[in-house]
Design a protein around this ligand. Structure first.
Ligand code: NDP
Length: 450
C-alpha cells in the first residue's frame, strides 16, 4: 500500500470511528475491506463521486429491542436483541441470528457488513443483515430457550418477511432455536412462508443446509489447492470450534482425504494425532448436537487424544488450518507459529477469525489465505437455495443441492482470481472484497441518490 493510500484509509477510518464510537469489531471489519478497496475505488471515479464506500459502511437501519422471558424458577429475565438491516441493494436482507453473551451492536454490525459482500459473492439475490441477542443458551433448558425465542419473535416478526429480511442461524442458534422461532412466527402471522432458513426438513428446510458452511469451506480450500496443482489428500488439518461449521468441515475434509487432528470449544482444544475419522465424528455430533457437552469428553472415549485446557490448536504442526469457532481467535503470534510450522493454507470457516495483523502476515508470506466472506459463503448460499425451494414449493435432492453448492464455491473462487491476481499470487482477500463490492456498488449507482 502506498503512503497516499494509507493516509486516505486512515482518514476514512478516523471518520468512521468518530461516527461509531466503541465498536472495535465493526472498525476492524471495515478497515480490512477499505484497505483493499480504496485503490480500486480511486481508479473508478463513479464510485468515489457517489460516496459509495461511505454509504456502504452505514447500515440501512438497526432495530434494538428488549426480550423479556421467564426462567424455570419463575424469575423474570431481560435481554437485549438487535436486527441490523445493513444493505438490501441486491435482494432482501439475509444473515444469521447469534445468541451469545458477548453479542453487542459492534459484533452484529461487523457481521452484517461482512454479510453484504459475502451474499453478493454467492451470485444470488440477497442483501446483507445480521441479528441476535446477548442471551446465553448454554445451561438453559429447552423450555427456557423456547420461551426466549417466542418472546424475541413477538418483536422480530414485525421486521422480517420473505421479501424483506430472512434470518438464519449462527453461533448459539441451531435447528432447535430456528424451529421455536419459526413455529411462533407462523402462529403470530397465520402464514406459512420461508421467512427463516435452516428450517427442519419437515417444514421447508433444505437438504445440505446443515452441512453447507463446513462443506463449502472445504470446497473453497480444495479449489485454492487445485489452482496450485495440489489437493487436500494426505494433508494434516487443524480445525477450531466444534459447532456446526467445525463438524462439517471435519466431515468433508476427511472425505477428501485430509486428516483432521484438532477440534476445540471455549474451554480448550483436543489433539488426536490419529485423526478424527467418521466414527469419532459421530461421537462428536452426539456430544455437541444432542447432549450439548464439552469437547474435553472426547479424551475419555479416545485415549490417544489429549486435552489442552484454555489453549487454541494453532501450535500443532499441520498443512492447513480451518478456524471455525469465532472472531479474533487467530492472532498475529498464532499466524507466526503456523508459518514456522510450514502451514500451506488458512481457510476461514468462522467470520473474521484472524486478527488483521495476522491476515497481513499470512498474505505477505504468500500462503493461501481464504477469507471468511468467500470461504464460508456456502452456508448462506444454501440458505438462498432454501428460499428458492420455498418460493417454488419444491424440495431438491441432496445431490442437486450439493452440486449447486460446489458450483457456487467454484464460481466464488474464480471471482477471487479475477480481482485478486497479482504477480502470480492470488490475494483472495482483495479478490473477494472487490468482487463482492462491485455488484452492490453498481446497484447503488443505478438507484441514484437513495
Ligand atoms: P456454533 O454455535 O454451532 O459453534 C460455535 C463453536 O465455537 C463452539 O464450539 C463454541 O464453543 C466455539 N466458540 C464460540 N465462541 C467462542 C469463544 N469466544 N471462544 C472460543 N470458542 C468459542 O456456531 P457455528 O458453528 O454456526 O458458527 C461458528 C462460526 O462460523 C461463527 O463465526 C459464525 O458466524 C460462522 N458462520 C456460521 C455459519 C453457519 O451456517 N452456521 C455461516 C457462516 C459463518 P462453546 O460451545 O464452548 O461456546
Amino acid at each position: 500500500m502506498t503512503s497516499d493510500v494509507r493516509n486516505e484509509v486512515d482518514g476514512f477510518m478516523r471518520g468512521l470511528t468518530k461516527r461509531n464510537p466503541g465498536e472495535p469489531e465493526f472498525h476492524q471489519a471495515v478497515r480490512e475491506v477499505v484497505e483493499t478497496l480504496m485503490p480500486f475505488v480511486n481508479e473508478h471515479r463513479e464510485y468515489k463521486d457517489a460516496q459509495i464506500l461511505e454509504r456502504m459502511t452505514e447500515p440501512d437501519r438497526i432495530i434494538i429491542f428488549r426480550v423479556t422471558w421467564e426462567d424455570d424458577q419463575g424469575h423474570i429475565r431481560a435481554n437485549r436483541a438487535w436486527r441490523v438491516q445493513f444493505n438490501n441493494s441486491i435482494g432482501p436482507y439475509k444473515g444469521g441470528l447469534r445468541f451469545h453473551p458477548n453479542v453487542t451492536q459492534s459484533v452484529l454490525k461487523f457481521l452484517g457488513f461482512e454479510q453484504v459482500f459475502k451474499n453478493s459473492l454467492t451470485g444470488l439475490p440477497m442483501g446483507g443483515g445480521k441479528g441476535g441477542s446477548n442471551f446465553n443458551p448454554k445451561g438453559k433448558s429447552d423450555r427456557e430457550v423456547m420461551r426466549f425465542c417466542q418472546s424475541m419473535m413477538v418483536e422480530l416478526h414485525r421486521h422480517i418477511g420473505e421479501d424483506t429480511d430472512v434470518p438464519a442461524g449462527d453461533i448459539g442458534v441451531g435447528a432447535r432455536e430456528i424451529s421455536y422461532l419459526f413455529g411462533f412466527y407462523k402462529r403470530l402471522e397465520n402464514r406459512f412462508s420461508g421467512i427463516l432458513t435452516g428450517k427442519g426438513l419437515a417444514f421447508g428446510g433444505s437438504l445440505v443446509r446443515t452441512e453447507a458452511t463446513g462443506y463449502g469451506c472445504v470446497y473453497f480450500c480444495e479449489n485454492m489447492l487445485n489452482h496450485r496443482g495440489d489437493s487436500l489428500k494426505h494433508k494434516t488439518c487443524l480445525v477450531s470450534g466444534s459447532g456446526n461449521v467445525a463438524i462439517y468441515t471435519v466431515e468433508k475434509a476427511t472425505q477428501l482425504g485430509g486428516k483432521v487432528v484438532t477440534l476445540s470449544d471455549s474451554s480448550g482444544f483436543i489433539h488426536d494425532p490419529d485423526g478424527i475419522d467418521a466414527e469419532k465424528l459421530a461421537f462428536i455430533k452426539d456430544l455437541k448436537e444432542v447432549r450439548r457437552g464439552r469437547i474435553a469428553e472426547y479424551t475419555t472415549q479416545f485415549t490417544n487424544a489429549t486435552f489442552h485446557e484454555q489453549q487454541r490448536p494453532w501450535s500443532v504442526p499441520a498443512d492447513i488450518a480451518f478456524p471455525c469457532a469465532t472472531q479474533n481467535e487467530l492472532s498475529l503470534d498464532d499466524a507466526k507459529i503456523l508459518l514456522a510450522n510450514n502451514i500451506q493454507a488458512v481457510c476461514e470457516g468462522a467470520n473474521m477469525p484472524t486478527e488483521l495483523d495476522g491476515v497481513h502476515q499470512l498474505i505477505n508470506t504468500k500462503v493461501l489465505f481464504g477469507p471468511a466472506k468467500a470461504a464460508n459463503a456456502g452456508g448462506v448460499a444454501v440458505s438462498g437455495l432454501e428460499q428458492s425451494q420455498n418460493a417454488l414449493r419444491l424440495s431438491w435432492s441432496r445431490e442437486e443441492v450439493d452440486q449447486r453448492l460446489r458450483t457456487i464455491m467454484h464460481d466464488i473462487h474464480e471471482k477471487c482470481i479475477e480481482h485478486g491476481n497479482g504477480d502470480g499470487y492470488i490475494n483472495y482477500m482483495k479478490g473477494a472484497n472487490i468482487a463482492g463490492f462491485v455488484k452492490v456498488a453498481d446497484a447503488m449507482l443505478a438507484y441514484g441518490v437513495v
